[in-house]
Design a protein around this ligand. Sequence first.
Ligand code: PLP
Length: 472
Amino acid sequence: MSLDHTRNLSLEDMDRESIFHPATSIADHLEKGPNIMTSAKGVRISNSKGQDFIDCGSGLWCVNVGYGREEIAEAAAKAIRDLSFNHMFGGNSNEAMIRLADRVLQLFHREAGATHLSKVFFGTSGSDANDTIFKLILYYNNLRGRPLKKKIISRQGAYHGLTYAATSLTGIAGYHKAFDAPLDSVFHTSCPHYYRFHETGESEQEFCDRLILELEQLIEREGAETVAAFYAEPVMGTGGVFLPPADYFARVQEVLEANDILFVADEVITGFGRLGSWFATGQMNLKPDFVTLAKGLTSAYFPVSGVVVSDRVWQVLKEESPNYGPVMHGFTYSGHPVGGAIGMANLDIMEREALPQNSATTGLYFRDTLKARIGDNPFIGDVRGQGLMMAIEFVADKDKRRWFDMADGAHRLFGAAAIEEGVLARPLPMIEVVGLSPPLCITKAEVDEAVDRLARALEKITPDLERLAAKN
Ligand SMILES: Cc1ncc(COP(=O)(O)O)c(C=O)c1O
């Protein structure tokens, strides 16, 4: 057999033969083949068939400054010429990453009032950052002489990534199936999505009271001396864009404080402008012990993640770790200098173009325009959002709050129709929600265009939704 078996294959077939795709049905992929993207600029992306789309997903919630920024390309080229690689083990360092860490901390201090945040540890993905935090939580309590305090509370519907510890923190069953997850030390409490999960007659306040009580009871049942940390996305993304009740986090934080439990804010999506301010930490008045960052830190022009460590955790590491020797955790690409330069160029654009502010104002415009256009459709239960993190939730019967059968994929029909109309919008895996998170540079004219297309997509599938709704 010839070794060069790819010679006569189309790119599509070469993909089928050679790539094991993430989060993809193998059977579907072998049947349908790949969607090969070729170029992108601003909010628009094109594929090899010459189709153009408005990317209302920003890739995977990550291309915050939009595609094809010349100055980031220049910064990357210069960084590769100057210092194409350098590691950070054993105290090695490089200027770009030193400046990026300092800038991230300054942004947290200045824009979020989070002056207690003290150090940044770099990685390359949101998942590895969460695995780093998971390990540091264990490390912290070992150093404090509390070897039993190791359990972690996460939430149903959470998405924290797909490395092993992160998979366990993730609270969506589909990601656990056949992977022997979650770990026994991770517990998932209810998520604060009132629209879908409140009981009949329950007010939002009562719903919030119930969730806080559930958290307190879980801690009491397990014993506070065994619970180390609580993990949360400020606005849950992949689960379905869940905006918590107004005082939810204030009350959660009170419970954590009373029980000496660390609070981790996973700002992988919400960080760097997505919600209409620099960080949810400031916007929602959070006081996290760790913050997870990725995506918007470089707008995905280079894989860089950050674990931001609070002073309270840092003090323990600083005082106690000499008894244990060097902190033996890290990755080859922790603190990659090219990522540092790209991160700096990305933040220059965000600051200069005031993208977090654009996210606030254009986000509001997007949500309200969309709501006005599609909100009355009988199968649209909720159109919600904060900044440019938005969602459409589908319902089979609005008045009776009867949901579609998830297996029917009502929201996936909408995702497919939106693609036909030229918009990438993301059907999410847990309930019938389509996420919308365009680049933060989107203009009102582009929003109008996207909303027109989304409205057309909905119109197209409404007869199918009627059929599915009548089924159950
Ligand atoms: C909140 C959150 N945390 C962590 C992750 C994992 O990031 P990555 O895919 O870079 O590993 C994601 C990815 O979408 C996320 O949304």
